[in-house]
Design a protein around this ligand. Structure first.
Ligand code: GDP
Ligand code: MG
Length: 163
């Protein structure tokens, strides 16, 4: 059985940094369906003996903040369809944005496991700031630093537990 884990979230939260840290090898799959360009990267990963395919979504919006929210929603909806578990990444340095709230609203409506991941928690001050993400109404979150790797083990434990 091939389980799928999708990494979603607005641009610049660190999805690709996390993806690159988690994968063992990248798959060259380019996919398109019903007029929507699925600009996604697929990679193979495993943790505690569980193999899964990881999807990095929204590659086409890298570095762009003026992306249409509609496009992000489309990416998130595609990911929700495909995935068994969704990692929703937010960023403690920026804090909660309206786009984060929109994505949360979408994710609260579905009945698939969502693992909330607060990225860029590089210091203890950030750890306190991260508490605001309880306001997204998604429950517990995992604090990580995708650049240093801290917290990613606990995040992966939570993800494979839900597969
Ligand atoms: P994406 O658009 O969500 O895929 O985000 P990227 O992975 O491209 O990262 C966006 C920016 O955030 C880059 O400049 C990264 O170096 C930075 N970044 C990613 N993870 C961390 C982190 O844990 N801490 C800090 N301080 N910056 C990070
Ligand atoms: Mg990216």
């Amino acid at each position: 059985m091939n389980s799928i884990v999708a990494v979603v979230g607005r641009p610049n939260v660190g999805k690709s940094t996390l993806f690159n840290r988690m994968i063992k090898r990248r798959e060259a799959i380019v996919d398109s369906a019903s007029g929507v360009t699925r600009d996604r990267h697929y990679g193979k990963s495993d943790w505690n003996g569980r193999e899964f395919t990881l999807i990095d979504t929204g590659g086409y919006v890298i570095g762009s903040d003026d992306v249409f929210e509609k496009e992000i929603d489309k990416q998130v909806e595609l990911a929700i369809d495909e995935a068994d578990v969704i990692i929703f990444v937010v960023d403690v340095i920026t804090g909660i944005t309206p786009m984060d709230e929109d994505v949360s609203k979408l994710l609260r409506k579905i009945n698939k496991p969502v693992v909330l991941c607060v990225n860029k928690v590089d210091s203890n001050k950030n750890r306190t700031d991260a508490l605001e993400f309880y306001n997204l109404g998604l429950g517990e979150y995992y604090s990580i630093s995708a650049t240093s790797g801290s917290g990613t083990g606990e995040l992966l434990d939570a993800v494979v537990e839900k597969l």
